[in-house]
Design a protein around this ligand. Structure first.
Ligand SMILES: Cc1ncc(COP(=O)(O)O)c(C=O)c1O
Length: 431
């Protein structure tokens, strides 16, 4: 049976993975698993992913685009949640993968991706990574700058791409200033990613002259956590103006709802906006690619923490056993999160600030939130942590990096283990 909850708590529940519910005793249940049981079995902090929600989102993405523009590929941006189990869900549901750098190529291959279905990015690719991409037969390499071209040609000349010219895209700065945090904006004229339209013309001409490279088209990416689909669609015109190609990769960037007050566009609104512009400006029958990261994975996960101390003073600090070691989004982008006590689910209570265990005053998880009587030993659940949190998890202050637990149909399974204490010293070669 599911307990009925007050409207504000329903809002809070809406931030947890779709299908999350509150059990009779007030404990939050995700993917059919009680979160207190998950914490007991796998420890805290832990990132808990509803695997069913992830798979449904992947299918919904593909059908939102293919129903409007049949020749679309959805390439999941691996960087947003780079672990084999997540990549495997994407591949199993027909998605391609966007990989940035050699490590993400290896992860994608381990997850069973067809190398031809990989799109490789990087604004500072090493020669080694370029050679790796061609050795493994990566489908598309995105040329970010002029310095990518020589090593690409050299690798292609070695015949590592099987004697075929290597398909490429050129990344174009669209000149769109997005309404997002500065660290997440990539489409403005001063961006470090890609080439201005004038420079892109030169790169296009160089690649078109190359006997060992094949220019398939253009790439662009406006930024991340964009809540206005018109800003995302605004990138189509600048690339359309550069000519007629087979492929246009429109990047990722769709924002998600992190807090009660926020509203994020749904997939239909997003696909309508991009495909609408494509119908107006791009050649009929061209191949479209979109590269969602955050909006694919963020809402399918939450992070579990144990409260380790409650310090009441001018401010009540509720400290947990994680923090910026498993969630850098707060300090990097100022992102606000919400939280609930997983075994006394509900909103309201006393105003507190949730802080982490790291030696930085900036290590705050949530500034000013109401929690119902927080106490040492409580289990805190922070929703919408599927994007970029695992990605940037680290060992600051000797923290053991977080595990990832998949929950589905009442079964919880570990897909990434927590660092061991020995892992913390594993790379230290000084005797
Ligand atoms: C080239 C490229 N594509 C796709 C993405 C994914 O963006 P998002 O996670 O906002 O969807 C990124 C992330 O910054 C990116 O750099």
């Amino acid at each position: 049976m599911t307990t009925s909850i007050e409207p504000a708590a329903a809002d809070l529940l809406g931030l947890f993975p779709p299908g999350a519910r509150v059990g009779d005793d007030g404990t939050l249940v995700v993917g059919g698993c009680r979160l207190d049981d998950v914490a007991e079995e796998f420890g805290t902090p832990a990132i808990v992913v509803d695997a069913g929600a992830l798979a449904r989102r992947a299918r919904d993405y593909l059908s939102a685009f293919r129903s409007r523009w049949p020749r679309t590929d959805v390439a999941f941006a691996s960087k947003s949640f780079p672990c084999t189990a997540v990549q495997r869900v994407m591949v199993a549901n027909g998605l391609h993968l966007d990989v940035a750098g050699g490590g993400e190529i290896l992860g994608a291959l381990k997850a069973g991706a067809d190398p031809a279905a990989l799109v490789m990015h990087g604004n500072a690719k090493s020669d080694e990574e370029i050679a790796m991409a061609l050795d493994h037969g990566v489908g598309l390499v995105v040329v970010d700058n002029f310095d990518d071209i020589d090593p690409l040609e050299s690798a292609a000349r070695l015949g590592t791409a099987g004697g075929r010219p290597q398909p490429c895209l050129v990344r174009v700065i669209p000149g769109v200033t997005a309404s997002t945090h500065a660290s997440q904006a990539t489409g403005h004229t001063g961006s470090k990613f890609g080439l201005s339209p004038a420079q892109a013309r030169e790169a296009i001409a160089r690649i078109e002259r190359s006997p060992v490279l094949r220019l398939d088209g253009l790439h662009t990416h406006v930024g991340s956590q964009l809540l206005d689909v018109d800003e995302l669609a605004a990138a189509v015109a600048p690339i359309a103006a550069l000519g007629t190609f087979d492929t246009y990769d429109l990047g990722g960037g769709l924002g998600v709802r992190y807090t009660y007050g926020e509203r994020a566009p749904d997939l239909d609104a997003y696909a309508d906006a991009l495909v609408g512009r494509a119908r107006e400006l791009l050649p009929a029958g061209c191949r479209l690619i979109v590269e969602p990261g955050r909006s694919m994975v963020a809402a399918a996960a939450c992070t579990l923490y144990r409260v380790t101390t409650v310090k009441r003073g001018t401010v009540t600090h509720v400290a947990v056993d994680g923090g910026m070691g498993d969630n850098l989004e707060v300090s990097l982008t100022g992102q606000r999160f919400e939280a609930a006590i997983a075994t006394r689910f509900g909103s309201g209570g006393e105003p507190v600030t949730v802080v982490g265990r790291h030696c930085e005053s900036g290590d705050q998880l949530i500034d000013r939130i109401s929690l119902p009587g927080p106490a040492v030993g409580d289990l805190l659940a922070v929703p919408v942590t599927g994007a970029y949190c695992f990605t940037m998890s680290n060992q600051y202050n000797g923290a053991r990096r977080v595990p990832v637990v998949f929950v589905e149909d009442g079964v919880a399974r570990l897909v990434v283990r927590r660092d061991t204490w020995a892992d913390l010293l594993a790379r230290d070669v000084d005797p």
